[in-house]
Design a protein around this ligand. Structure first.
Ligand code: PPS
Length: 290
């Protein structure tokens, strides 16, 4: 960990949303960020498949050239807009230096996305994942990524998650907000569960959205190189070169499966969560496969 980094700083609020402390300090640069019309935004609630879809987009844009995609880590090729911390360039600094057209990662809900993305009508790929698997993945991520506060016990973390008192706030507002926005904007809304079910089909959806036409052979190469195992073994996509993470506590590329929540939730936690879920999702036609 960089010496000047405060270990596990508390979350701070920006526009009512909890965010990592160092991110809050760079917030003004995020608000002022000037998107360009050909920027592509990858937006997700944390732990929903951001890195996976980033890798797929990167490979598609390079026509399946795996060597090109290897010359920098994925978090440098697809900078994280609101990321900031001591001893590292912020997302906005990385983006200022990146060649155009850029691919940009964000976890921001629609309500606080910098206005330039809307003004420039940027294309967006949104990936959503079922709330139970997100909560489990997020808990293990909190444990290993010490830019976050202590997660507490799993039960405590799950309560914080349901209360929206985790970094980037409420899961349900996030997925619903972007779901609604897709009716007005150029947004490809994907589901992690669909990507698991048929990665080739979802890769083709992304390809079409990006206006590309790649051969079966290239698509198969992209499929292979973006598989969980290939990404886990690849230091350029497994976050092993990123500071502030201890992969010996829990690897970034942890399990990469659907339904891991069944190994983590108790019967009683599941009942309480189902009740929370019904309440939160009663006003939307957005649905998830658990
Ligand atoms: S982050 O930190 O919010 O950007 O994390 P994010 O990339 O959104 O999500 C991490 C979870 O996605 C899993 N993952 C994958 N699953 C299947 N296939 C591939 N290729 C893949 N790449 C990443 C990763 O393992 C995390 O999920 P869990 O459930 O913790 O394993």
């Amino acid at each position: 960990m960089p010496a000047d980094m405060e270990k596990r700083p508390p979350l701070k609020l920006v526009s009512g949303m909890p965010i990592l402390g160092p991110f809050a300090e760079n917030w003004e640069n995020v608000v002022q960020f000037q998107a360009k019309a050909d920027d592509l935004l990858i937006s997700t609630y944390p732990k929903s498949g951001t890195t996976w879809v980033s890798k797929i987009v990167d490979l598609i844009r390079n026509g399946g050239d795996t060597e090109e995609s290897q010359n920098k880590a994925i978090f440098e090729r697809v900078p994280f807009l609101e990321c900031a911390g001591p001893s590292m360039p912020s997302g906005t600094e990385l983006l200022d230096k990146l060649d155009f057209p850029r691919v940009i990662k964000t976890h921001l809900p629609v309500s606080v996305l910098p206005v330039s993305f809307w003004e420039k009508n940027c294309k967006v790929i949104y990936v959503a994942r079922n709330a139970k698997d997100v909560a489990v993945s997020y808990y293990h991520f909190y444990r290993m990524a010490y830019g976050h506060p202590e997660p507490g016990t799993w039960d405590e973390f799950l309560n914080s998650f349901m209360e929206g008192k985790v970094a980037f706030g409420s899961w349900s507002s996030h997925v619903k907000g972007w779901w609604k926005m897709r009716q007005q904007r150029d947004i490809l809304y994907l589901f992690y569960e669909d990507m698991q079910e048929d990665p080739r089909r979802e890769i083709e959806k992304v390809m079409t959205f990006l206006g590309k036409d790649l051969s079966d052979e290239v698509l198969e190469k992209i499929h292979q190189n973006s598989s969980f195992q290939a990404m886990k073994n690849n230091p350029m996509s497994n976050y092993s070169t990123f500071p502030y993470m201890d992969h010996s506590i829990s690897p970034f590329m942890r399990k990469g499966i659907c339904g891991d929540w069944k190994n983590q939730f108790t019967v009683s936690q599941n009942e309480i969560f189902d009740e929370y879920y019904r309440r939160e999702m009663s006003d939307t036609d957005l649905s998830f496969r658990m």
